[in-house]
Design a protein around this ligand. Structure first.
Ligand SMILES: NC(=O)c1ccc[n+]([C@@H]2O[C@H](COP(=O)([O-])OP(=O)(O)OC[C@H]3O[C@@H](n4cnc5c(N)ncnc54)[C@H](O)[C@@H]3O)[C@@H](O)[C@H]2O)c1
Length: 342
């Protein structure tokens, strides 16, 4: 599989490293409006550089395009790539609106190409273990969950590029950072029914929110609280999800949600629990998430199956973010069953 990348900024590095690490995957081209951004890749990997996406999309050598541009440009670029019949690895968030998201999904279906959304945290060893625990039913009926992202993104981070922190191209802590955790929450807890939230822009000079708090009621009846911020002094403090079930309590956490911080399940011996914790601690990151997402997409192309994280998964996470935004804006609960406004 030959890869092209559009958008050669911060996250493109992870895509390049992932492609390089996969047998049978090769980076053949990069594209960026800003020529300087392409130079390191052209020099190091001898790949082609395109200033215009339309030119890169004419390159018949390319099978898959990784889209790593600012979030507000995901939709028009993904539609163009789909129409050129190249498979897509699309960075999160899938897009900024539901309408844009539907257009992306429609374009990929119409052109019969695969679309994988980069929510790589699903592949973290601790997350996979928690997913297995939930699948086994060991926690019994789920009562509620907590989802926390208390991180630091300082003003310099937002000042790096004009798109950061804007509502049109980036969004705030929910759309940019905590969307990964909302994706996990949905994966663990099922469909959301109702959302109530408040948000603020407290410490950063940006248009979107730097703090958000909210409550979700799921279709199962279970509840979850969400707390997300990029205002924490002086560095990332906590990323965690805790699930409270009738027969067990599990918290995955740390500065990044990489470890079992608490694990207490009826019928699990102390020895078994310690082994599980140690197993995760031995290799907390596992195989890098971007590598897993790209390898999974290649498999889905070869086997004509769905990638593990689909466009619909990306849409579900985005819908939840938008429900939080709408609730905060209107100061009222949002019933997600009735469908979110655009
Ligand atoms: N999955 C993750 O963990 C993760 C982490 C960071 C960022 N991201 C996502 O990746 C995307 C990019 O973020 P970043 O931090 O790399 O941004 P960045 O600003 O560092 O890089 C964006 C690049 O896109 C280029 N670009 C802009 N418009 C373009 C166009 N029309 N055509 C071609 N190139 C264009 C810019 O010149 C820049 O080089 C965002 O959607 C962000 O949310 C995901």
């Amino acid at each position: 599989m030959n890869f092209g990348i559009v958008g050669c900024g911060f996250i493109a590095k992870k895509h390049v490293a992932a492609i390089e690490a996969i047998n049978g995957a090769k980076l053949v081209a990069v594209c960026d409006k800003f020529e300087e951004a392409m130079k390191p890749y052209i020099k190091e990997y001898g790949v082609k550089g395109y200033k215009e996406l339309t030119d890169m999309l004419r390159d018949e050598e390319i099978d898959v395009v990784c889209i790593c541009t600012p979030s507000g440009l995901h939709a028009p670029i993904a539609e163009q790539v789909a129409d050129a019949k190249k498979h897509i690895v699309l960075e999160k968030p899938i897009a900024m609106t539901i309408e844009e998201t539907d257009r992306i999904i429609e374009a990929t279906e119409k052109n019969n190409i695969k679309l994988a959304i980069v929510h790589p945290n699903r592949f973290r060893p601790v997350v996979q273990e928690l997913r297995s625990i939930l699948d086994s039913g060991a926690l019994g009926k789920i009562s509620h969950a907590n989802c926390i992202v208390n991180w630091n993104r300082n003003q310099e981070y937002y000042d790096q590029a004009p798109w950061r922190g804007t509502k049109q191209y980036d969004g705030g802590v929910l759309m940019n950072q905590a969307i990964h955790n909302l994706d996990l929450l949905l994966w663990f807890m099922g469909k959301p029914e109702k959302v109530y939230s408040m948000e603020a822009t407290r410490l950063r000079d940006i248009e979107a929110e730097d703090v958000s708090m909210g409550v979700i009621q799921f279709e199962s009846g279970a509840l979850a609280s969400v707390q997300a911020s990029t205002t924490v002094y002086p560095r990332n403090y906590e990323e965690s999800i805790t699930i409270f079930g009738e027969k067990g309590t599990v918290k995955i956490g740390g500065q990044n949600a990489l470890y079992f911080e608490h694990l207490d399940i009826e019928g699990y011996s102390e020895n078994y629990i310690n082994n599980l914790k140690d197993k995760v601690r031995a290799e907390p990151w596992g195989i890098p998430g971007h590598q897993q997402i790209i390898r999974d997409l290649i498999d889905s192309i070869h086997n004509n199956t769905s990638p593990s994280v689909t466009g619909v998964d990306g849409k579900n996470a985005l819908e939840l973010v938008i429900a939080f935004y709408k609730s905060a804006e209107n100061n009222q609960p949002i019933n997600m069953k009735e469908g979110i406004l655009q």
